[in-house]
Design a protein around this ligand. Structure first.
Ligand code: AMP
Ligand code: ZN
Length: 468
């Protein structure tokens, strides 16, 4: 299996530290709002990477954090007049709901920064002891130049950086020995959440959180560290400096980064305000469609979010789900149990498509090509599988289809949930049927909705509905 490694800028053969196991850390969101669909991209991409490893028989230890203390969380808490933890707990719960709807498997563990402060104090103390960090007026800085490999991930030259950061030296951080140094611990400001530490009542910097949580749950050396490409610098560069300076070992062997999800060719981000939350999009499309849309392009390239492309993804996904439905009914209607000699030939073809899928995924998780292989099976099934075939053949094609879709995190067995728009549409049809005195049709619609868990209530103001 080959993985494009940001550290080497090449596709490297994947060799796990421990035979048959993968340790993976994925930087998670800062929780001060609903997650947007840009944040959903790394979740979906790396969940698919995990699923592929599991399909190949690896045991995956998958850790993804929530950053639950941060300036933006505190600002939101002040705005609402509640505590910072109320904000972060609320949006962690909401993020978990969205992840479930996107079919993102829960991580082996989802650590929260605020629960790991002791570990951060330990690591910072070690860095001070080893001469890699220093304290000034309650703030602790990492001594960037003390770490020889600084810049190796982002391929930045430390001296060029200094020039580029001169403004910072003037604008703030007057206590820094060097403009390149970054914060490991900072004192609280009035009204902010804080923890006791040897240096000040304060809180950790963002980068140290991930170094500590990764070490605690996965060990000093891990296989894969991942996140969006905006994290390469400074976040991941700083994580490497902290972890390797502290532990004296290579931190992560493979660094994976997803490209941006753009709108009008600009990165979707909360701060730029050009974002859609997963929740909003979920009201318009089943979230499986969004997942399928994201996997239709290579994870390292940018993808542009547009209605047109999402609709194309919706149509593609429907073709797959329809083929599955058709095979299921063919299976029910088949009267032959055992596979025939001719059918065995057909199954060779399916094995070929399965191989094509695997080869695409082995080549740096090329989900776009893997999906092409799934469409080959759709085409094959539509052309060759009918109720005249044996149950054994149909089951086998269906089985392959289900397994491959599961690697992509696409559920083929789910009842399709009705969208608000579809419900409103059916209600309008029922109202019309009643006007036309077609009560049989009106009842039929009511029952159809009820079967899908939608309860109608006829009131004086019109028809109201709710989900059961
Ligand atoms: P944040 O909450 O901004 O720290 O982001 C959480 C994760 O989402 C990180 O891995 C980011 O790199 C990723 N991310 C944020 N915005 C986008 C985007 N527009 N496209 C792809 N990934 C993104
Ligand atoms: Zn991180």
């Amino acid at each position: 299996m080959k993985i494009y490694n940001t550290l080497t800028r090449t596709k490297d053969e994947f060799k796990p530290l421990k035979e048959g196991e993968v340790s993976m850390y994925v930087c998670g969101p800062t929780v001060y709002n609903y997650i947007h669909i840009g944040n959903a991209r790394p979740m979906i991409v790396f969940d698919t990477v995990r699923r592929y490893f599991e399909y190949k028989g690896y045991k995956v230890n998958y850790v993804s954090n929530f950053t639950d203390v941060d300036d933006k969380i505190i600002a939101k808490a002040i705005e609402e007049g509640v505590s910072a933890s109320e904000i972060s707990e609320r949006y962690i719960a909401e993020a978990k709901k969205d992840m479930e709807d996107l079919n993102v498997m829960p991580a082996t563990i989802h650590p929260k920064a605020t629960q790991e402060i002791d570990g951060m104090i330990d690591m910072i103390s070690t860095l001070i002891d080893k001469g890699h960090a220093y304290e000034k007026n309650g703030t602790v800085y990492f001594r960037t130049r003390s770490f020889d490999g600084y810049g190796k991930l982002s391929k930045k030259n430390i001296d060029d950086l200094e020039g580029g950061h001169r403004d910072i030296k003037v604008a703030g951080g007057e206590d820094k020995e060097d403009a390149l140094d970054f914060v490991l611990w900072k004192p609280k400001k009035e009204g902010e959440p804080y923890w006791e530490s040897p240096w000040s009542e304060g809180r950790p910097g963002w980068h140290i959180e991930c170094s500590v949580m990764s070490k605690k749950y996965l060990g000093e050396e891990i296989d894969i560290h991942a996140g969006g490409e905006d994290l390469i610098f400074p976040h991941h560069e700083n994580e490497i400096a902290q972890s390797e300076a502290c532990n004296g070992k290579q931190f992560a062997r493979y660094w994976m980064h997803n490209g941006f999800l753009n709108i009008d060719n600009k990165k979707m981000s909360k701060s730029a305000g050009n974002f859609f939350t997963v929740r909003e999009i979920g009201e318009k499309y089943p979230l499986q469609v969004i997942r399928f849309f994201m996997l239709s392009g290579h994870y390292r390239g940018p993808i542009n979010f547009s209605e047109e492309l999402v609709i194309a993804a919706k149509n593609g996904l429907e073709r797959i789900l329809n083929a599955v439905d058709k095979m299921k009914s063919n299976y029910e209607n088949s009267s032959v149990d055992n596979i025939t000699e001719n059918e065995k030939e057909l199954l060779n073809q399916i094995a070929e498509y399965n191989k094509q899928f695997d080869l695409a995924m082995e080549d740096d998780f090329n989900t776009a090509d893997a999906i092409t292989a799934v469409f080959e099976i759709v085409r094959f099934a539509n052309a060759n599988v009918s109720s005249d075939n044996s149950k054994e053949l149909i089951e086998s094609v269906l089985g392959t289809m289900n397994v491959l879709c599961d690697v992509l995190g696409i559920e083929t067995e789910v009842e399709k949930e009705l969208l608000d728009e579809e419900i409103e549409n059916l209600i309008a049809q029922r109202t019309q049927a009643r006007k036309d005195k077609n009560f049989a049709r009106a009842d039929e619609i009511r029952n159809e909705l009820l079967e899908k868990g939608i309860i109608l209530e006829d009131t004086r103001e019109g028809v109201k509905w709710k989900r059961a």
